[in-house]
Each structure stands twice: as structure tokens, then as C-alpha cells.
Design a protein around this ligand. Structure first.
Ligand SMILES: Cc1ncc(C[n+]2csc(CCOP(=O)(O)OP(=O)(O)O)c2C)c(N)n1
Ligand SMILES: [Mg+2]
Length: 674
């Protein structure tokens, strides 16, 4: 690489440099005016990073506001989501659709897409939801990885862009940043450029009161190229960004800035971080910045210059369209298919064939193995799927036969070795899904969904398609004991709005749940899968996907007095309990409930019919009761866990906690008597 301090187009004192400062001041003015009007928000970051952002948008970022979905655009991730007004100002001034000055005037109000923190989907140009610190930079690692994967598949002519991240002290203090930067450094994601807002301030005061890390050395140790930059010297920023365009490693530009730059008394202090500065402070800032205009007024010449910046990328867009039209027809078609994200023709039918075969052969397999069987078919049909695991590949069964590893320097594989980095894995899956062209899935043990949860929550909030393959889903994992046996996780995951939690009962249901997860472009799905073998219970084949309705009657009974409601491995127990009850002339039906969320969406009539009006209900799940009351009601019973598990062979653990067919039959009989 060249020196980051070579000559610059933005020499000190030049007209260009003065103009850049005025452009930046437009971002500052809009940001502080909006925060002041809302009487809420965070002026510190926008005022501090305005110069850096201006250089990035005016000289480096490849974007076309008229084509916010252009697949080969550079991605800009505002990891420090509290600085949202900086992003809104940039999007508005460069001419993105979906954001008006009026929206900015209503920053943080119910009628404005300018939400407190940037929310994916509210305004084109917001590449990801951010706000929980550390998530954005980790999402960006997934985006940068997606770019390289698609570049390997489709070539430089179609895929050749960068991912820029603006990260704050808080982003880099968060643990997830460690996982994310070490993964990016290992994979040498050279198209990833982090602009670190090195202002030395967080909410409690100077960062020196909590942190002694040398951030630049930390990134170097993780395999990044680094450079210290004066974040208020446009020339220095431009030089560093030019330098960052080449090289074979991800790049950290540590930009020294003053938080709240321009605020007369608050600049450089934690007081600048958040809250409306007040009329006096803002009037003072206008003087210091040389910005005499009324609130929300952008003078015509500056507005025009920003629009010109917005128009800058159109030529690159046109050139890309031309390259695409000249590309090999099959390649271009495959590219379009990947970007569309549609499930390829024939895949659903293939999965139906798998169901038919399984129903006939009735194998006894763990659902993690059944998931692998489904994945063999999915991955063979769909080149867009990218799989991975957080160092549990042999346990999660996530790697199918033809999947080659993605390795440093060769991104032509389809399998990511995420290392023991669950949180960054889940975030990278988000980034890949957001990037587009990829359908990501990743595995770990269900108990470690806790380590993924913040990313899973954001996937649900954003409404994106990510699939989590979470195996070892109960005490049924046996010997590893209570540290590894999830008990509260199903309930906790079901509490996340929009997350589809699937717990299939056998290999047929597993194939159905995979089909549902893939077909749903607007929701993340989590498959909770067993370690232990389960019998095939769906022995009568149907082309219909019965799991699509969330719950259904798997075994009926004439004159049923009892309905046994179960999920996953416990459906087998329900079947055995049904036999025990039948021997005592008590008719019981079995309802499998692989996905509560989908069940809740069915009509009231369907739900009532499935739950069995007039029958006594027994819920069976090797997990805590939380959530089950709505189905078993006040007259029903629950057979499951009431605390943490225990370490022993799994059959002994089930017996120890009395999650057995006998216990279920007893519970049903007591409930009938009550
Ligand atoms: C995970 C998470 N924890 C806490 C917060 C609340 N919070 C918002 S900004 C911030 C830290 C502010 O410091 P810094 O990141 O350096 O931003 P700056 O003040 O420099 O703009 C905190 C703790 C958050 N948004 N996300
Ligand atoms: Mg800071």
C-alpha cells in the first residue's frame, strides 16, 4: 500500500477545503436543528463526524440515490445509530427518495420515518437497523463477506463494491466488535473500511475512565491495516480514504474528532453526546460554524452542491448496467435470480419428494440429521444458500457434501467457519441477508441462542430471512448437563415478535419447516433440533405442508376426551401416552405444534378445532411452562421442566424429571378428574 499521507486534492486553505467544510456544516445544522426541535436526540456524533462523512459521500462512496437498491452500490453502515441525524441529513441532502425536510423537522415523531435510531425499511439508504452498539459493525462484516462471496461467483464486472462503517467508542467497547473484527481480519475482508469516531467521549465522560485499550493496535493485532486521521481535516480524511481503497486487509481509520464540534460550551464533553443543546448553545454554534441561516434552511448553493454529490454515482450505475448487459446471459440471469431471493423452481417439489421417501422408509433419526437431509437437497438446488456454524459443524450438521469452505483469499466456497463467535455469526448472517443475493443460515447449540439473541432480535425487527440451525434443543442432549440443556430458550425466543421458532417432531416435519423458513423472505426462522434420534411419526404422506399452519392434529381419536399438545421430541411421548390412555379406554388425540407463531395466525375456528374443544389439554415440552398456559388453559396440565436440567444419559434425564409417557397419562387422568 502507498502511504496514507501522500498529497491530497484538498490542500489546506484551498477553495475545495472551505467548500467541504460548508457542506459538512449543512449536515451539522440540520442535525442540531432537528434534535433541538425534537427536544431529544444525539447531536454530538453528527457534529463531530460531519467532515468525515462529507469527504466519504462527496469523493468515495459509490451510490446513486435514484437506485437505492442497486446491488453493486457501496454500503454505508452507521453503526453508532444514535447519530441517526447524520444519516438522515446525508440521505436528504443527496436526494434519496422517501425522506423530506418535513420528515427531518419531525425527527423522532410518530409520523416521521426519521426514527430515533435508523430503522431498516423506513427510508431507502438505511442499509441496516442500528442502535444497539456493536451490531452495525458486525452486520457490516457480513455485508463485506457477502460482497466477496458474490464477487467470487459473478466476477468483478457485476460485484465490486465496498462496505464503510462509522463506528463509535461504544461500538468498539462492545464484545461483539471483538468477534466481528477478528473474523474480518482473519478472512482479510479488504473491502471493509471502518471510520472510527475517535472522540474519546461516551455518556459517562472521558473514555479514559473505563478503557485503556489502544484501539489501533487492537485492530492491527486482529489483522487490519490501520491509520490515524485528523477527522476535522478534510485533506487528511481524503488521503486516508484514498489509501484505504487498496491493500489486502480490512482497514481501520481512527478519526480524531471533537464530539459536538461547533457547540460553544458542550463540544468535547459528554454533554454534547445527547439532548437538545438549547437555543443559546445553538446560536453560539451558528456563529462558530459561520452558519447564519435560519433553522432548517440550507442555502441554494450548498443544497445544489449536495445534489451534485448525489448525482455523482449515476455514471457508475450506468457503467455497471452496461457491463451487466454485456455479461454472459446465463451469468446475468443467475445474478438476477440471486438478487431476487426467490426460492428456485423445483426446490419445493424436491422437498416434497424427500417427505414422501421419509414417510415410506420411516427412519429413526435426530432432527439435526433430518435437517442435514433437507439441506443436501436445498443446497444442491439453490446456489444462494451460504451455511456455517460457530465451531459446531459436526454437531449442527450444517455442512452438506458439496459445500466447500470459504477461506482467506478464496471466497468461492459456500461454508463459513465462523469460529467460536456466536454473536458475530448471527450478526454476519444479518449482514449477508441485508446485502442480498445470499440466503444465510448458521448453527450453534440452542442454549447459545442467548449469545446470538441481540442479532436475532434485530433480524426479526428488520424482517429479514435468516435461518438459525439450533441443535441440542433440550435435556435430550444428555450428558453435557444443565449448562448445555436449554430450558427457558424456547419461551424466550417465542417472545421475540416476528421470529418463527420451529420445533419439528420428525424428519418429515423438519423438511416442512425448512421449506417454510426459506419461503418466508420477511421473517427470520429458528429451527430447534434434537441431538437424539426420533421415530418418523408422519407415516402417511401429504403433499401439503402441514407445519404451515403452525399446529395440526397428527393423530385423531373418536370421542376424544384428551388432547395432547406437544412439540419436537415430545410428540413421540404424546404418542406413547396416547397408547397408555387408550388401554384404559380414554381416547386421546395428539396435536403437533411445530410453530406457535404460525398457529397464532390461523383463524379462530381452525385454532379451536385443533386445540380440541371440550377436551382436557396436556402440554408436553421438555422446557419451562412459560407460555403454555394459553393452550392448556386452567383445566389442563403441563409436563415439562420446572428448573434446570441434569447431567446423565438422556433417557435417565427424562425419567429423572418425569417427562415420560406414564407421567403424561397420569397428568391427563388427574386433569380429567379435576
Ligand atoms: C448495546 C448498547 N448499550 C448501550 C447503549 C446506550 N448508549 C447509546 S450511545 C452510548 C455510548 C456513547 O459513547 P460513544 O459510543 O462513544 O458515542 P458518542 O458519545 O461519542 O457519540 C451508550 C452507552 C446502546 N445504544 N447500545
Ligand atoms: Mg465517543
Amino acid at each position: 500500500m502507498n502511504s496514507p499521507h501522500a498529497t491530497s486534492p484538498l490542500a489546506a486553505g484551498s477553495h475545495e477545503q472551505a467548500k467541504t467544510r460548508r457542506l459538512a456544516n449543512a449536515l451539522r445544522a440540520l442535525s442540531m436543528d432537528a434534535v433541538e426541535a425534537a427536544k431529544s436526540g444525539h447531536p454530538g456524533l453528527p457534529l463531530g463526524m460531519a467532515d468525515v462523512a462529507t469527504v466519504l459521500y462527496s469523493r468515495f462512496l459509490k451510490f446513486d440515490p435514484k437506485r437505492p437498491d442497486w446491488p453493486d452500490r457501496d454500503r454505508f453502515v452507521l453503526s453508532a445509530g444514535h447519530g441517526s441525524m447524520l444519516l438522515y441529513s446525508l440521505l436528504y441532502l443527496t436526494g434519496y427518495p422517501g425522506i423530506t425536510l418535513d420528515n427531518i423537522k419531525h425527527f423522532r415523531k410518530i409520523d416521521s420515518p426519521c426514527a430515533g435510531h435508523p430503522e431498516y425499511g423506513l427510508i431507502p439508504g438505511i442499509e441496516t437497523t442500528t442502535g444497539p452498539l456493536g451490531q452495525g459493525i458486525a452486520h457490516a462484516v457480513g455485508m463485506a463477506l457477502a460482497e466477496r462471496i458474490l464477487n467470487a461467483r459473478f466476477g468483478d464486472a457485476l460485484v465490486d463494491h465496498r462496505t464503510y462503517v462509522l463506528a463509535s467508542d461504544g461500538d468498539l467497547m462492545e464484545g461483539i466488535s471483538h468477534e466481528a473484527i477478528s473474523l474480518a481480519g482473519h478472512l482479510k475482508l479488504s473491502r471493509l473500511i471502518v471510520l472510527y469516531d475517535d472522540n474519546g467521549i461516551s455518556i459517562d465522560g472521558s473514555t479514559s475512565i473505563t478503557d485503556s485499550t489502544d484501539t489501533v493496535e487492537r485492530f492491527q493485532a486482529a489483522g487490519w491495516n490501520t491509520c490515524r486521521v485528523d477527522g476535522h481535516d478534510a485533506a487528511d480524511v481524503a488521503r486516508a480514504l484514498a489509501w484505504a481503497q487498496s491493500g489486502d486487509k480490512p482497514v481501520l481509520l481512527a478519526c480524531k474528532t471533537i464530539i459536538g464540534f461547533g457547540l460553544p460550551t458542550r463540544a468535547g464533553t459528554q454533554k454534547a453526546h445527547s439532548d437538545a443543546p438549547g437555543a443559546e448553545e445553538i446560536a453560539g454554534a451558528r456563529k462558530i460554524l459561520g452558519w447564519p441561516y435560519e433553522p432548517f434552511v440550507i442555502p441554494d448553493d450548498i443544497a445544489a452542491d449536495w445534489r451534485t454529490i448525489g448525482a455523482r454515482g449515476n455514471a457508475a450505475y450506468e457503467a455497471w448496467t452496461k457491463r451487466k448487459s454485456q455479461a454472459d446471459t446465463a451469468l446475468a440471469a443467475a445474478f438476477d435470480a440471486a438478487i431476487s431471493g426467490e426460492v428456485p423452481a423445483g426446490l419445493e417439489a424436491d422437498l416434497v419428494e424427500l417427505k414422501k421417501k421419509v414417510s415410506a422408509e420411516k427412519p429413526s433419526v435426530a432432527t439435526r440429521k433430518a435437517s442435514e437431509m433437507a439441506l443436501e437437497i436445498i443446497n444442491a438446488r439453490w446456489p444462494s444458500t451460504i451455511g456455517g456454524s460457530a465451531d459446531l459443524t459436526p454437531s449442527n450438521n450444517t455442512k452438506t457434501k458439496d459445500m466447500k469452505d470459504i477461506v482467506t483469499g478464496d471466497f468461492s466456497g459456500r461454508y463459513v467457519r465462523f469460529g467460536v463467535r456466536e454473536h458475530a455469526m448471527a450478526a454476519a448472517l444479518n449482514g449477508m441477508a441485508l446485502h442480498g443475493g445470499i440466503v444465510p443460515y448458521g448453527g450453534t447449540f440452542l442454549v447459545f441462542s442467548d449469545y446470538c439473541r441481540p442479532s436475532i432480535r434485530l433480524a426479526a425487527l428488520m424482517g429479514i430471512r435468516v435461518v438459525y440451525v439450533m441443535t441440542h434443543d433440550s435435556i435430550g442432549l444428555g450428558e453435557d448437563g444443565p449448562t448445555h440443556q436449554p430450558v427457558e430458550h424456547l419461551a424466550a425466543l417465542r417472545a421475540i415478535p416476528g421470529l418463527r421458532v420451529f420445533r419439528p417432531a420428525d424428519a418429515v416435519e423438519t423438511a416442512e419447516c425448512w421449506a417454510l423458513a426459506l419461503a418466508d423472505k420477511k421473517h427470520p426462522s429458528l429451527l430447534a433440533l434434537t441431538r437424539q434420534n426420533l421415530p418418523t411419526l408422519r407415516t402417511a404422506h401429504t403433499d401439503d405442508n402441514l407445519c404451515a399452519r403452525g399446529a395440526y392434529e397428527l393423530a385423531g381419536a373418536a370421542g376424544a376426551k384428551v388432547t395432547l399438545l406437544a412439540t419436537g421430541s415430545e410428540v413421540e411421548l404424546a404418542f406413547k401416552a396416547r397408547d397408555l390412555l387408550a388401554a384404559e379406554n380414554i381416547a386421546a388425540r395428539v396435536v403437533s405444534m411445530p410453530c406457535w407463531e404460525l398457529f397464532e395466525q390461523q383463524s379462530e375456528t381452525y385454532r379451536e378445532t385443533v386445540l380440541g374443544p371440550g377436551t382436557v389439554k396436556v402440554g408436553i415440552e421438555a422446557a419451562v411452562r412459560f407460555g403454555w398456559d394459553r393452550y392448556v388453559g386452567s383445566t389442563g396440565a403441563f409436563v415439562g421442566m420446572h428448573g434446570f436440567g441434569a447431567s446423565a444419559p438422556y433417557k435417565d434425564v427424562y425419567a429423572h424429571f418425569a417427562i415420560t409417557p406414564e407421567a403424561v397419562a397420569e397428568a391427563a387422568k388427574s386433569a380429567l378428574k379435576a
